[in-house]
Design a protein around this ligand. Structure first.
Ligand SMILES: Cc1cc2nc3c(=O)[nH]c(=O)nc-3n(C[C@H](O)[C@H](O)[C@H](O)COP(=O)(O)OP(=O)(O)OC[C@H]3O[C@@H](n4cnc5c(N)ncnc54)[C@H](O)[C@@H]3O)c2cc1C
Length: 352
C-alpha cells in the first residue's frame, strides 16, 4: 500500500511523468459507516495547479497490494467556502480502492494525485440551481450547492439514499437549509420508506419550481440519473441546462455488426513523434499509443476528464464512454483515447 511517510520537500512543485503529485492526507473524517472524507494537504508550490471549480474531480493513483490503480474523486469541498481540498469516498460493494481508502488510509499518508478536471461546474453566475444526488453522487453536488449559495441564487436538492444512516452530510445540509434565508431546500428521498426513485417522484419535485434561468445538475447511480434526465427532458427543459456527472462507465454500445472491420494499423502523432503500430484487437487508442512507445497524456482513464483527448484525422473510432467531449467536438473527430476503439482498417490519430 502507498502509505509512505517520508518528509516532503516543499521547495518545488513536484510532478511525475504522468502528471501526479505526492500529497499528504491532513484529516480523515468518518461521514457514515461506509463513507469517509479526506482533507488533502496540497504542497504550497503546487497550490496553483490544484485550484478547482465546484463540481470538479481529481484523479488518485493508489498502489494497493503492489498493483497501481487510478480512480477519480470529486471534491466535496467548495472553493467558495473551504480553505482545503476535500474528497469524500463511499465504499463500492466489493470495490478495491474505495474500500482501501475507507479502511486503510490515515492522517500523514501520502497519495499521488493529478490536478482537478471536469465540466460538471456552474456555467453561469446568476441562474438558480436545482440538483439531484443519489448516494455518493452528493460529493460534487455538495460542492456546487455551497458555491451557488455563496452568491444570491436559490438552490434545491433532491437527495436519494437507501436509508437515513447512509445519508452523507445530513447535518451539514440541515444547517445550510436553516441558515440561508430560504434560499436552500433539501428533499430527502429514502428508498426504504419511499421506494425506489421513480419518474413521479422527480416530476413532483420539480412541479412548482420555476424553469427559466435555472440549471439542473444530476449525479448518482446510472438508473437514478437516467430517470431524472428523462423527466427533465420530457418536461421541456433544454438539454443545455442539464448537467450530468457519471461515476461509472455506461454499458458498452454494440458495434455495427453489419460492417465488421478489422483494424490493421494505427498511426499516432504526439508532439514531434509519429509512430505506426500494428493494432492488437481490443486495445484502446491510448493503449495502442503506449505500446508504440509514446508517452500519451492520460489521467482518469474512464472517459471523464478529457486529458487523453486526440483527434481522429483519418479512419474511424468509437468510444465506449465519453463524459468529457461535447457533440461538436465528437463531430470534429475528437475522442477520449482511453475509451476509443478503432473501427476502420487504418486510423490516424493526432494528440494536441
Ligand atoms: C468523474 C468521477 C468522479 C467520481 N467521484 C467520486 C466521489 O466523489 N466519491 C466516490 O465515492 N466515488 C466517486 N467516483 C467513483 C470512483 O472513481 C470509483 O469508481 C469508485 O470508488 C469505485 O472504485 P473501487 O476501486 O472501489 O471499485 P472497483 O474495484 O473499480 O469496482 C467497482 C465495481 O465493479 C465491480 N467489479 C470489479 N471488478 C469486477 C469484475 N472483474 N467483474 C465484475 N464486477 C467487477 C466491483 O464489485 C464494484 O462493485 C467518481 C468517478 C468518476 C468517473
Amino acid at each position: 500500500m502507498e502509505t509512505s511517510t517520508t518528509p516532503r520537500t516543499e521547495s518545488a512543485d513536484v510532478i511525475d511523468a504522468d502528471g501526479f503529485t505526492p500529497v499528504r492526507i491532513k484529516q480523515v473524517i468518518r461521514e457514515t459507516s461506509d463513507a469517509v472524507s479526506l482533507v488533502l494537504d496540497i504542497p504550497a508550490p503546487s497550490v496553483d495547479r490544484f485550484r478547482y471549480a465546484a463540481g470538479q474531480f481529481i484523479t488518485i493513483r493508489a498502489t494497493v497490494d503492489e498493483v497501481e490503480h487510478r480512480r477519480c474523486y470529486s471534491m466535496s469541498s467548495s472553493p467558495a467556502v473551504d480553505p482545503d481540498l476535500r474528497i469524500t469516498v463511499k465504499r463500492d460493494r466489493d470495490g478495491l480502492v474505495s474500500n482501501w481508502i475507507n479502511d486503510s488510509v490515515s492522517v500523514g499518508d501520502e497519495l499521488h494525485v493529478a490536478p482537478p478536471e471536469g465540466r460538471f461546474v456552474l456555467t453561469t453566475t446568476e441562474h438558480n440551481v436545482v440538483t439531484f444526488a443519489g448516494g455518493s453522487g452528493i460529493t460534487p453536488v455538495f460542492s456546487l450547492v455551497h458555491s451557488a449559495l455563496a452568491t444570491t441564487r436559490k438552490v434545491r436538492l433532491f437527495y436519494a439514499n437507501r436509508n437515513l444512516d447512509s445519508v452523507i452530510f445530513r447535518e451539514a445540509l440541515a444547517t445550510l437549509a436553516e441558515g440561508n434565508n430560504g434560499r436552500f431546500a433539501v428533499h430527502h428521498h429514502l428508498d426504504e420508506i419511499d421506494g425506489m426513485v421513480s419518474t413521479e417522484h422527480i416530476a413532483r419535485f420539480i412541479a412548482d419550481s420555476a424553469r427559466d434561468n435555472t440549471d439542473y445538475y444530476i449525479c448518482g447511480p446510472a438508473p437514478f440519473m437516467d430517470t431524472v434526465e428523462r423527466v427533465l427532458l420530457d418536461t421541456g427543459i433544454p438539454k443545455q441546462q442539464i448537467h450530468l456527472e457519471r461515476f461509472s462507465v455506461a454499458a458498452i454500445p454494440p458495434t455495427d455488426a453489419t460492417e465488421p472491420v478489422v483494424t490493421e494499423e494505427v498511426t499516432i502523432e504526439l508532439g514531434r513523434s509519429t509512430a505506426t503500430a500494428p493494432y492488437r484487437a481490443g486495445n484502446t487508442l491510448l493503449q495502442t499509443a503506449r505500446l508504440a512507445g509514446l508517452k500519451a497524456p492520460s489521467s482518469c482513464e474512464t472517459g471523464s476528464c478529457g486529458t487523453c483527448m486526440a483527434q481522429v484525422v483519418e479512419g474511424r473510432a468509437r468510444m465506449l464512454n465519453n463524459d468529457a467531449l461535447d457533440d461538436d467536438e465528437v463531430a470534429e473527430g475528437w475522442v477520449v483515447t482511453c475509451q476509443a476503439l478503432p473501427t476502420s482498417r487504418t486510423v490516424r490519430v493526432v494528440y494536441e
